[in-house]
Design a protein around this ligand. Structure first.
Ligand SMILES: N[C@@H](CCC(=O)N[C@@H](CS)C(=O)NCC(=O)O)C(=O)O
Length: 204
């Protein structure tokens, strides 16, 4: 397998998952700061010009949530075995992508990515993101009050989805003070060797 990679949250989800699963996979660096995601060669892999992309034999797959589900289905590890369990996993993946990622991106892009590229942060977008986050984070907080990990008692690939997003949200200065369960969950993610061995941007 090959993983087209940059140490930002979406590709980190997959590198974290591969580390947890103990799967061999070659990382192919794609430097977003240099625009390597827009070369014709890369656009042939992902016409949307985003990382991660996983190539496994004849399969070329983009979209981090699809890749997580694929790794779960392929290995049968860290992934539910029943139809209801799989639907539960997909529910939490969709919840992250539809309700937590968009406001997180508004804050993180303007607090971290824009600064790295020397641009000017859009303060209105940061404020919009910060206003939208407490709703979905509250749902997560109440869920984690009853469950150690996203799918219950056991760590799963759904946690590989939430970990990198919550990590960067925290690094971008979004306070988790009113979400102690989310804070404790993020600490538990950060304590995992597979996460510690996942490459990160300096200071992120
Ligand atoms: N929905 C996609 C989002 C992928 C995405 O936005 N990746 C970012 C890095 S975290 C990227 O490649 N950005 C490059 C760009 O916007 O030009 C996924 O979950 O994989």
């Amino acid at each position: 397998m090959k993983l087209y990679y940059f140490p930002s949250p979406n590709p980190q989800k997959i590198r974290f998952a591969l580390n947890e699963l103990g799967l061999q996979c070659e990382d192919v660096p794609i430097d977003l700061a240099r625009g390597e995601q827009r070369t014709p060669e890369f656009l042939a892999l992902n016409p949307y010009g985003r990382v991660p992309v996983l190539v496994d034999g004849d399969l070329t797959l983009w979209e981090s949530h699809a890749i997580l589900a694929y790794l779960g289905e392929k290995t049968g590890k860290l992934w539910p075995t029943t139809a209801a369990g799989r639907a539960d996993a997909l529910r939490w993946l969709f919840f992250l992508t539809s309700s937590i990622s968009p406001p997180t991106t508004e804050v993180v892009f303007n607090r971290i990515a824009v600064k790295l590229s020397g641009g000017t942060p859009d303060e209105a977008a940061i404020a919009r993101g910060e206003r939208a986050l407490p709703g979905p984070l509250g749902v997560l907080e109440r869920h984690l009050a009853k469950h150690k990990w996203i799918l219950g008692a056991d760590f799963s690939l759904a946690d590989c989805d939430y970990g990198p997003t919550l990590n960067v949200l925290d690094k971008a200065g979004v306070s988790l003070a009113q979400f102690p369960q989310v804070r404790a969950y993020l600490d538990a993610i950060r304590a995992r060797r597979a996460w510690q061995e996942t490459p990160k941007l300096p200071g992120v």
